[in-house]
Write a protein that binds this ligand. Sequence first.
Ligand code: CUA
Length: 157
Amino acid sequence: MDKSESFALGLSGLLLAVFIIAILYAQFARNIEIPTCITDVEPFTTDTLFQVGEDEYELHMIARMWAFQPSEITLPVGSKVHLYVTSPDIIHGFKIENKNVNLMAVPQAINYISVTFDEEGDYFFACHEFCGAAHHAMAGRIIITADDEAQATGGQP
Ligand code: CUA
């Protein structure tokens, strides 16, 4: 092996050791938490549907291989929904039929849109980004009901 090659190899090994020691030092000696997946952080870990006002909701949607979580949501007619979408694995899409909603679900990022449902009916949504073997199964629906007794549901998967 050439002298410069072994020098580069040795330097790479040394830097690798320095980086590993730096991570371990931050984690254990300084108690600095190493960033985790967004989907391990609230509110994506717990309830995914919250009421935030009269007829106003926050929906935290996880798109993963190969399902939406939650996949069926029921809301009263007239609901305004603040929609947050992310992914724990690879890039997915989120498109609601007959609504101007078309987002990407990107790992380590949260995409946002707000949408109002003024008419009752079933609004189907699907993944529009090819994401593997069961891409075609990634779908769900938002049921908008005029039934005053109906509860907003769709929280915990
Ligand atoms: Cu997820 Cu296609």
